[in-house]
Design a protein around this ligand. Structure first.
Ligand SMILES: NC(=O)c1ccc[n+]([C@@H]2O[C@H](COP(=O)([O-])OP(=O)(O)OC[C@H]3O[C@@H](n4cnc5c(N)ncnc54)[C@H](OP(=O)(O)O)[C@@H]3O)[C@@H](O)[C@H]2O)c1
Length: 260
């Protein structure tokens, strides 16, 4: 029996968000979690050290939450039953070989809205036990939604949910600018934009059987106003721009992963 149920190597933005969700959902108590970080600074009342070996030897589950380049440059011996990695672009095989884990590694890709409990997390399908996978999923459900996906799709996951918050912020910013350009004050434009985007996403979720094209045309009455905006999107091939941008992101993810 290990001293801690869960250990973290690295206690930055993502680790803090995950621990916040775990404690809020009462999955574990503070005394069951320990972390190591470079500075050794206090870690929200959790046991905290600079000694990575100590954490990796004394926890049942170990979360790797340092930057990928840091992980590649440090060495520690791991005696955890299961390693969960949230590092972008580092394959589970690489981690397993480096830590001599014999395949007991679960690769996970969360995203930044996890910090407010609204994350979208992909967990790589793996051959670990149901118990390990259930615990891993429970952790990430405490900060949002979870889905299981084959690890060979993780570059695609990166270009959708990993980097996706930035695309959404970009569109939201453009809509606010558009509101201001057309006569609203910034605060009003921001409120209306956010409520509209959140409401539209909720509509999509509430009508899973309705194709998005139908939802779009439902707002576009013939000779009306919305169709004029959508026509400009189409003329400027906005869908192609978005797809091209996401492809560039996925290609960069592959390059970083393969070191090219
Ligand atoms: N942010 C995202 O959107 C996102 C999404 C998916 C996945 N990820 C992945 O999540 C991981 C963490 O990202 P983050 O944004 O949370 O990073 P971060 O805020 O920069 O935190 C990095 C942590 O690593 C610690 N650290 C640095 N060197 C160390 C060492 N030698 N030994 C132990 N700990 C060390 C730092 O310690 P101090 O606190 O003492 O400085 C810090 O706590 C990355 O691998 C990233 O790819 C991030």
């Amino acid at each position: 029996m290990k001293k801690y149920k869960l250990g973290f190597i690295g206690y930055g933005n993502m680790a803090k968000a995950i621990v916040g969700g775990i404690l809020k959902s009462e999955i574990l108590s503070k005394s069951q979690i320990a972390v190591s970080r470079l500075s050794g600074n206090e870690a929200d009342g959790l046991f905290c050290t600079t000694d990575n070996d100590y954490i990796a030897e004394n926890c049942e589950y170990l979360v790797l939450a340092v930057k990928p380049q840091i992980f590649k440059s440090i060495d520690f011996s791991c005696k955890a039953d299961c390693v969960i990695s949230i590092m972008a672009g580092v394959d589970s095989n690489f981690i397993s070989d480096k830590l001599k884990m014999n395949g007991k590694v679960i690769r996970v890709m969360p995203n930044t809205p996890s910090q407010i409990g609204k994350g979208a997390t992909a967990i790589a399908n793996n051959s670990l036990s149901k118990e390990h996978n259930d615990f891993c999923a429970e952790i990430f459900r405490s900060v949002g939604e979870v889905c299981f996906i084959d690890e060979d799709k993780f570059d695609a996951v990166t270009c959708v949910s990993g980097s996706g918050p930035a695309y959404a912020y970009y569109f939201v910013k453009a809509m606010i600018d558009g509101g201001v350009a057309n006569g609203l004050d910034k605060e009003t434009a921001k409120k209306l934009t956010l409520d509209t985007v959140i409401g539209a996403c909720e509509m999509v979720k509430a009508h899973p059987e309705t194709p998005l094209g139908v939802l779009i045309s439902n707002v576009c009455s013939k000779g009306g106003t919305t169709i004029e905006a959508v026509n400009v999107f189409e003329k400027n091939q906005m869908d192609k721009t978005v797809i091209d941008a996401m492809t560039a992101c996925r290609v960069r993810s592959e390059e970083l992963r393969t070191g090219k």
